[in-house]
Design a protein around this ligand. Structure first.
Ligand code: NAP
Length: 496
């Protein structure tokens, strides 16, 4: 059970504690933030509403701990990460239970998220040992006009305190994808988990506590982003921000000071289907890509752009699969579960109403009970409809019928997002040309967009992000190059 046994020290009464200087504490605010179960729409958990003074303490403590951690041998850092990974995986059941109750993630997927995160920590430890142990050696005479009097040695040094802010949809995995590279690179971590998902994240932090990381190296503050977010992101003690979420990231990037930013934001991933595509394969990927976790994935298929000639056949195949999706509570492992909050459900409903007024074709009847929205495919969507451009983050998928491939690419590139895209065709040459033309961080050929495998580079263009994720790239972003130059005597100097 969440909060019991191994995890009993992280809760006081019915409120989860925050983590500072290696200890679980109550906030002096005396206030808590409720976490509403999306399925029952009742308060399920509570977390501390941390004060600014507590944020200061967590950052100060992280700053102190980092100094010693930066001098800790890489193999020792890796050893602790491997230990944390094992503890995390041992405790997959109680952590997954939190994901089910806080964010209505289907039970099986919740377990997968925790196990995947443990694997990410281990891979990151291995990768860090390899790449952080390497440096460069440069000689000045490779630059025209210079002699061999200068030798340059480079190495990678940590940045200091990394602030990690993950979103609700993968509160464990997207926290871990920031924490593990930061720690192996010699940084300390201050985590601000999303409110929905905070309790799963606190359990995950406790696994690192049990692994025996130095006091203060990892800190975790809870509270609403709208209340403590600005204070955290503009804090002078923070040396790097790794953020995943929506438009909030754009305002953070404007306010943050001169520090490295890793921003993974929203997307409107397009799926282009050509006339020569395997339509069964395309339909299977569209349904999996568009409706898994009720469409609440950054890389969900968010618009289908299909050539007119094959559009009706594709829509028929997609509808046959949509009819088979199960709808209900996450505990029953349903394909479609309630979206995370009532306001998210209202937002989706707004997009559906707009599409109805503008005469999109409804392939299914629109149905909603509380936060639960039945899967809906909207055909004959046109560019004047909001759903053609906005990210629903819910189980509603628009189909736009296109006359030419260029029209599809134009629609994709006119978006302010540029996360991923995909193309279905049996012609590899066309696929590569389309991939080159799409202004997105990644294009998948004959498969739905996806984040991962976790060591692949992952990045968004335009409003979809700054920098690149993926284990190796994150380690690089969370380090700085340090050079030492050895200057030899001038060439006129004679030896012996
Ligand atoms: P969100 O509303 O932007 O929240 C993300 C995180 O920011 C949460 O932890 C939130 O805390 C915090 N936050 C809110 N206001 C803040 C502020 N002023 N300063 C600092 N932090 C603040 O996003 P979400 O609804 O959780 O997640 C959905 C979005 O994430 C979608 O747009 C999706 O596409 C995107 N996403 C992107 C990727 C990617 O890799 N590109 C992956 C997953 C999701 P509270 O919960 O307390 O408000």
């Amino acid at each position: 059970m969440a909060g019991s046994g191994t995890f009993s020290e992280i809760i006081d009464g019915d409120v989860y504690k925050y983590y500072v200087d290696g200890q679980w504490n109550k906030s002096s605010s005396g206030k808590s933030v409720p976490i509403i179960n999306p399925t029952t729409r009742k308060t399920h958990y509570k977390v501390q509403a941390c004060t600014q003074e507590e944020v200061n303490n967590v950052i100060d403590s992280a700053k102190k701990a980092q100094k010693l951690w930066a001098k800790t041998p890489l193999w020792k850092r890796a050893e602790l990460l491997h230990k944390a990974a094992a503890i995390l995986k041992e405790n997959k059941a109680p952590i997954a239970e939190c994901l089910v109750k806080e964010i209505a993630k289907p039970a099986k997927d919740a377990v997968t998220e925790v196990v995947r995160s443990g694997d990410l920590v281990s891979y990151c430890a291995e990768e860090g040992v390899r790449i952080l142990g390497e440096g460069k050696f440069l000689v000045s005479d490779s630059f025209p006009g210079n002699d061999r009097t200068k030798y340059c040695l480079t190495s990678k040094i940590p940045l200091g305190v990394v602030l990690a802010i993950p979103p609700f949809n993968y509160p464990v995995n997207l926290a871990i994808s920031k924490i593990a590279p930061a720690l192996i690179a010699g940084n300390s971590i201050v985590l601000k988990p999303p409110t929905q998902g905070a309790v799963a994240a606190l359990h995950m932090v406790h696994c690192f506590h049990l692994a025996g990381f130095p006091k203060g190296l990892i800190g975790c503050v809870t509270g609403k982003g709208s209340e403590i977010g600005d204070f955290l992101t503009m804090h002078p003690g923070v040396n790097c921000i790794s953020f995943t979420g929506g438009d909030t990231g754009i305002s953070i990037s404007r306010k943050a000071g001169m520090i490295p930013l890793q921003m993974e934001l929203g997307g409107k991933d397009a799926c282009i289907v050509l006339e020569d595509a395997d339509l069964d394969l395309a339909a299977a990927n569209i349904v999996k890509g568009g409706f898994s976790y009720s469409g609440q994935r950054c890389t969900a298929v968010k618009v289908v752009l299909v050539m007119e000639k094959v559009a009706s056949s594709l829509v028929k195949k997609v509808n046959e699969k949509v009819a088979k999706l199960t709808v209900g509570p996450p505990e029953d492992n349903c394909d479609i579960t309630p979206v995370v909050t009532e306001s998210s459900a209202n937002f989706v409903e707004g997009l559906v109403k707009d599409a109805k007024e503008k005469k999109a074709t409804f392939c299914q009847e629109y149905k909603r009970e509380g936060n639960l929205i039945w899967p809906l495919l909207l055909d004959n969507v046109r560019p004047d409809m909001r759903i053609a451009w906005e990210e629903p983050f819910g189980p509603v998928l628009p189909v736009i019928r296109i006359k030419t491939v260029e029209e599809g690419i134009h629609h994709c590139n006119a978006s302010n997002f540029g996360l991923q895209g995909c193309v279905f065709t049996s012609d590899i040459n066309k696929a590569i040309m389309i991939s080159d033309a799409m202004e997105t961080g990644t294009v998948q050929i004959n498969s739905a967009p996806a984040r991962g495998p976790d060591h692949f580079p992952f990045q968004g263009l335009k409003d979809s992000g700054i920098g690149s994720q993926g284990i190796t790239n994150s380690i690089h972003i969370m380090t700085k190059v340090k050079t030492t130059v050895i200057n030899l005597p001038a060439p006129s100097y004679t030896m012996g």
